[in-house]
Design a protein around this ligand. Structure first.
Ligand code: SF4
Ligand code: SF4
Length: 280
């Protein structure tokens, strides 16, 4: 099969192993298979998306780098049209992906390079719209106006550069695990699959009045609730660490609930324009 191969080297504050990248490149070169090496996909897709034209227009492509969900959403949210069904994303160490390479043929055996020369460390959130339910918790939590709402009500990352380096706090408050920081070390924040933090599944799990299902669902919800509290605490701590006092005060909720700058998981206060919680 004829495919274009792209490899992200994650060079800016990299999270993938150099050895893995070198191993894949070596195996391609031994087989005389052409490829395009992208120094840093996160940076290029945001700062110089036109440099990725060969990826956006590829008829059939394999992309190797970090978590496949992270790369897919990075490209998917870029606003550029890709040949969606023809582009496959693999972690650089994925055995199936590496096996696929064995059978690849390329029209052009050359090695090409897409550089990322910007000083800025590309650290920013990427929303997985397959998971996002539009609850706006990220928007209300972030002190730096990284998020905004489109006319159709969808939440978007509109000021990526405002994001504070290495702060993943908004990903922790997202109940859907829909926010990805591709360069984060841990799953699911890095785009790895992860358990949803939803605790609203008791009814779903009650089948035919099966008491064991009910008890198990309740136990599960209790665990989820503890986990949620822990995540919120971490998020608040991270947010505090990267903000000034003025920024925190400015964001204080001015409604009548008691949340103020602290997020209360059980806040019942509603946004006037929607049925969502207003500030947490
Ligand atoms: S985080 Fe993933 S997509 Fe971003 S630069 Fe690193 S490997 Fe590439
Ligand atoms: S918190 Fe998560 S689910 Fe809610 S709007 Fe933000 S990304 Fe979407």
């Amino acid at each position: 099969m004829t495919k274009k191969i792209f490899i992200c080297g994650c060079e800016k504050d990299g999270k993938i192993e150099k050895e893995s990248v070198e191993r894949l490149i070596q195996s391609l070169e031994e087989k005389n298979i052409g490829y395009t090496y992208i120094e840093d996909l996160c940076g290029t897709v945001l700062k110089n998306p036109d440099d990725l034209e060969s990826l956006f227009t590829a008829e059939d492509a394999l992309v190797f780098g970090c978590q496949s969900r992270a790369m897919q959403n990075l490209i998917g949210n870029s606003g550029k049209k890709v040949q969606e069904n023809r582009t496959e994303y693999y972690h650089i160490d994925d055995k199936d992906g590496n096996k696929l390479v064995e059978s690849v043929r390329t029209d052009n055996p050359k090695a090409l390079k897409i550089k990322y020369a910007d000083e800025w460390n590309p650290w920013y959130p990427v929303i997985d719209y397959e998971r996002c339910n539009g609850c706006r918790k990220c928007l209300n939590f972030c002190l730096f106006s990284v998020y905004s709402v489109e006319d159709d009500g969808s939440v978007v990352v509109s000021a990526s550069a405002n994001c504070k380096d290495m702060c993943p706090a908004c990903a922790r408050v997202c109940p859907q695990n829909a926010i990805i920081f591709p360069k984060h070390a841990d799953s699911p924040i890095d785009g790895g699959e992860g358990e949803m933090l939803s605790g609203d599944n008791v009814l779903e799990q009650i089948q035919n009045d099966d008491v064991y299902s009910v008890l198990s669902a309740r136990r599960n919800n209790f665990k989820v609730s503890l986990l949620k509290k822990e995540q919120l605490k971490m998020a608040e701590e991270e947010r505090k660490n990267c903000s000034t006092t003025e920024e925190v005060e400015e964001k204080a909720c001015d409604c009548n609930c008691n949340c103020k700058t602290e997020i209360e998981p059980d806040c019942a206060c509603k946004d006037e324009d929607s049925d969502k919680n207003c500030c947490c």
